[in-house]
Design a protein around this ligand. Structure first.
Ligand code: GRF
Length: 188
């Protein structure tokens, strides 16, 4: 049976695209039933529309607090009967309201080999540190910053500082790893 999943993103949404496409092709036992974005102008919002997937795009400043907009998100996840939330470039810390309702069912993809380089500037920090092995991590989301249980990691060697090339390879590493990890979680 197809499981109902949601993807949260703030930006371009190429990981969303990889997940939605895999689901459409039957490569995932899942259907993306909801996209959530905290940036109504983000490219991921248009991508969701192209896939015919409902999108809740909201403006955080229009709410009195994080708890307020997260209550709205929880209501929409509940209504869509979502069993797994996949963060894919969602640039907000998940708060208590969402964790209380969906804790243990939220995962994230991060562009470093955690626990190295947590936070929003992981790629820059890895370049700055002069690492020769880059990588990506899929992890559970808990109350820490990028510190939840590690579910999967994949690395690649690169001896250089061409940021565009590193980002291209990080993305190329992320797509299959995220899809494989979601598949494993939904089938194990
Ligand atoms: C990815 O590199 C992911 O690791 C990070 O944000 C980026 C999102 O890229 N958390 P995209 O929007 O999926 O293209």
């Amino acid at each position: 049976m197809k499981r109902r999943i949601a993807v949260f993103a703030s930006g371009t949404g190429t990981n969303f695209e990889a997940i939605a496409t895999a689901a459409e092709r039957g490569e995932l036992p899942a259907e993306v039933v909801l996209v959530v974005s905290d940036r109504p102008s983000a490219e991921v919002v248009a991508r969701a529309a192209r896939h015919g997937i409902p999108c809740f795009a909201f403006t955080p400043k229009a709410y009195a607090s994080k708890a307020d907009y997260e209550r709205e998100i929880v209501a929409r996840l509940d209504a869509a009967e979502v069993c797994l939330v996949c963060l894919a470039g969602y640039m907000r810390l998940v708060g208590e309201t969402l964790l209380d309702a969906y804790g243990g069912r939220i995962i994230n993809i991060h562009p470093s080999l955690l626990p190295a380089f947590r936070g929003a500037h992981a790629v820059e920090q890895a370049i700055e540190a002069g690492v020769k092995v880059f990588g990506v991590t899929v992890h559970e989301v808990d109350r820490s910053l990028d510190g939840g249980r590690i579910l999967a990691q994949r690395a690649f060697e690169y001896d250089g500082s061409d940021r565009a090339e590193i980002e291209r390879r990080i993305h190329a590493t992320e797509y299959p790893l995220y899809v494989e990890t979601i598949r494993r979680l939904l089938t194990e």
